[in-house]
Design a protein around this ligand. Structure first.
Ligand code: AMP
Ligand code: MG
Length: 330
């Protein structure tokens, strides 16, 4: 199958709609990462998404809709705090998990009685979702466990020959996946951290829990348990206060002839002062935005990436550190 990358216009949107309505998959940009979308009402199309990615069958998909879509047709209950959060943060990088009313294909939620819904703010995503005007189930548009794509070229590198169309909306500015928030309880709980931070949610609705998977428990958000976001080369991760150990390891590996790069934020890059650096930048949003592009650049250049966690551990850095830990999991 030939894979075409097309800018978003009337022609590519109509092509995309045809593919989606025929049970196919289309990659599209969002403000976080590129998604691989299929008709959420079509069981075969949803199963095909799992097959294309090699995604574990127990890791549910997020359904994407345009900003004027009436989600009350998909879910059975929307608590008041979720309405407040939606009014403040949507469209945007926040996925809300509700009790499902079972209208979408069963494979979307992998047997859970909940449904995750996202309204992306990216104008290309809105155009695409408005054009198809049905809920689109979409995980990130990469091979399962690999680094998420933040450009059409990244999607192409992973899915060339497997899908017909990549809608090109340029580089994603957000950089890490949406915050996933459980809205089925009395108070919201963060299932996956992202650019909408727990602090921002608390400021809006007062209280927000952080969901932690306990040993022996069935995951409320199954995606949490996997090795994920990983570059195709060796990786190591050091905490910020072990940066000296990271440099020692860099020197040892380099002198053994292993092409090694240190991945860290701008301030840490100055501190470690080594030659091969993958610099994530300085502000929180810059670091999140550059993370996946730098991991992909790293796997092209390096045999070993030594990552150093940022010194700051709260806000958006919670999401960045979570991705780094999963990317460097052995
Ligand atoms: P991805 O599409 O690869 O960015 O991952 C989607 C994330 O959303 C994974 O962590 C899933 O486990 C999570 N997710 C999707 N649907 C649900 C749901 N119904 N309940 C809880 N988590 C979900
Ligand atoms: Mg993913």
């Amino acid at each position: 199958m030939q894979t075409n990358i097309l800018t978003i216009d009337a022609v590519s949107l109509s092509l995309a709609k045809g593919i989606i309505l025929n049970g196919g998959a289309v990659a599209f940009p969002t403000e976080t990462v590129y998604g691989l979308g299929a008709n959420a009402f079509d069981e075969g199309a949803v199963k095909n998404i799992f097959a294309i990615k090699g995604r574990p069958a127990d890791n549910p998909l997020i359904v994407h809709v345009h900003k004027d879509y009436d989600i009350s047709s998909l879910v059975s209950f929307v608590p008041d705090y979720a309405k407040k959060l939606a009014a403040k943060f949507l469209p945007g990088p926040l996925t809300l998990v509700y009790k499902s009313c079972g209208k979408v294909a069963k494979s979307v939620s992998c047997g859970l009685d909940t449904l995750a819904i996202r309204i992306p703010s990216h104008s290309g995503a809105q155009d695409f979702l408005k054009y198809v005007d049905i809920p689109v189930a979409a995980p990130s548009a990469n091979i399962s466990k690999h680094v998420s794509p933040v450009s059409a070229e990244h999607v192409y590198a992973d899915l060339n020959g497997k899908i017909q169309l990549v809608l090109d909306g340029g580089k994603c500015t957000g950089g890490i996946e949406s915050t996933v928030l459980d809205c089925t309880g009395e108070v919201p709980a963060v299932l996956r951290s992202g650019l909408i931070t727990r602090e921002m949610i608390e400021e809006c609705v007062g209280v927000c829990n952080e969901y932690k998977l306990r040993k022996g428990e069935v995951a409320r958000s199954p995606g949490m348990k996997y090795k994920h976001y990983s570059p195709n080369c060796k990786t190591m991760l050091f905490a910020f206060d072990k940066a000296d150990k990271a440099v020692e390891e860099y020197k040892r590996q380099t002198s053994n002839g292993v092409k090694t790069f240190i991945l860290c934020d701008g301030a840490t890059a100055k501190l470690v002062g080594v030659e091969n650096i993958l610099n994530l930048g300085d502000s929180e949003n810059e670091i999140a935005s550059n993370l996946y592009a730098k991991l992909r650049e790293g796997e092209d250049k390096a045999q070993l990436i030594i990552a150093i966690s940022p010194q700051k551990q709260d806000g958006v850095m919670v999401g960045v550190i979570n991705r780094l830990e999963k990317a460097c999991k052995q």
